[in-house]
Design a protein around this ligand. Structure first.
Ligand code: COA
Length: 293
């Protein structure tokens, strides 16, 4: 039996990667209240699951998400402020509070439509890879609301101001290539190699010290809104935090493997984690003056 069983989300664990797919394909993975509650609980559970090293967020049926469910989230909750409050809070919590502060690396895998409120979990993830023919749209202006929740804010924080205004005001569909060009995603790839590209990124992330990676991603996100003196003080403190509860003893392992064991070059990749197989270092014969003659 699958470890994580939900009605609106499907999770497959594969060698440390939790492929987490919104599962309402008939509704283009529009997010109803149930999905928000399930994702909120699921992300909480996976954050402490040692089998989960990287979380990938995507959608079943060829689409990332058509955003908030206009029927079940909006219309059917009208006149019920208590239900609205609960589902809004859960939706905000999993898509932004949990994802943007997640203790493990997260990757958005975007294919098909990514619309409106779907931008929140896409930007909430640390990385975003999309199919070249993915279809992004801030549709809110087209049906009479603003990109609310946090959408306008995090979109404007991610891309340059002209792009933010254009896409928020026009609500046009743009593809993965354009999303990469404006800095909304890391990379657009052919649809056929989307999963492979995401898997390769996840595998690279899993080779790094989890503590160093966690502190780094939190640092990069948090310093954006700080003054320079505040950022300096925060980063000095975070520098110490990396070592707290670090089963890899990252700082010492990294320095030892570089200076003493000479087994890796930090500029070319991460130090070897405990339990990882040692790389066979190819020995090349030194070129001596005698040999060159
Ligand atoms: N909320 C509720 N239902 C939605 C939905 C949404 N956001 N997006 C799609 N659906 C439903 C449709 O109503 C339809 O349901 P039905 O089969 O019961 O009629 C089903 O999903 C398939 O949608 P359809 O429009 O037929 O698919 P499509 O592939 O032709 O178009 C979209 C896909 C995403 C372009 C289109 O559905 C759309 O514009 N959806 C609204 C997206 C939006 O504005 N989201 C922002 C909310 S913040």
């Amino acid at each position: 039996m699958a470890k994580y069983q939900y009605e609106t989300v499907e999770v497959t664990l594969e060698n440390g990667i939790a492929w987490t797919l919104l599962n309402r394909p008939a509704k283009r993975n529009a997010m109803n209240p149930k999905l928000h509650f399930e994702m909120d609980e699921l992300l909480g559970r996976m954050s402490t699951d040692p089998e989960v090293k990287v979380v990938v967020i995507g959608g079943k049926g060829g689409h990332f998400s058509a955003g908030m469910d206009l029927k079940e989230f909006f219309r059917e909750q009208e006149g019920n402020p208590e239900a609205q409050r609960k589902s809004s809070e859960a939706g905000h919590r999993w898509r932004w509070e949990r994802l943007s502060e997640y203790p493990k690396p997260t990757i958005a895998m975007v294919e098909g439509y990514c619309v409106g409120g779907g931008f929140t979990q896409m930007i909430g993830c640390d990385f975003a890879i999309a199919a070249r023919n993915a279809k992004f749209a801030l549709s809110e202006v087209n049906w009479g609301i603003i990109p609310g929740g946090l959408v306008a804010k995090i979109f404007a924080d991610t891309v340059l101001p002209r792009h933010a205004l254009y896409h928020a005001c026009m609500g046009e569909v743009f593809d993965g290539v354009e999303a990469e060009r404006i800095g909304l995603i890391n990379k657009a790839v052919p649809a056929a190699s989307l999963r492979k590209t995401v898997r390769e990124l996840a595998q690279k992330l899993m080779l790094k010290s989890p503590n160093a990676l966690r502190a780094t991603k939190h640092a990069v996100r948090h310093v954006r809104s700080m003054s320079v003196p505040d950022a300096y003080s925060y980063l000095m403190a975070q520098y110490l935090v990396v070592g707290v509860g670090d089963t890899e003893d990252s700082y010492n392992s990294g320095i030892r493997q570089f200076l003493d064991e000479k087994s890796f070059k930090p500029a070319h990749g991460p130090f070897r984690l405990k339990g990882a197989r040692a790389k066979t270092v190819k020995k090349t014969k030194p070129r001596t003056a005698a040999r060159r003659k």
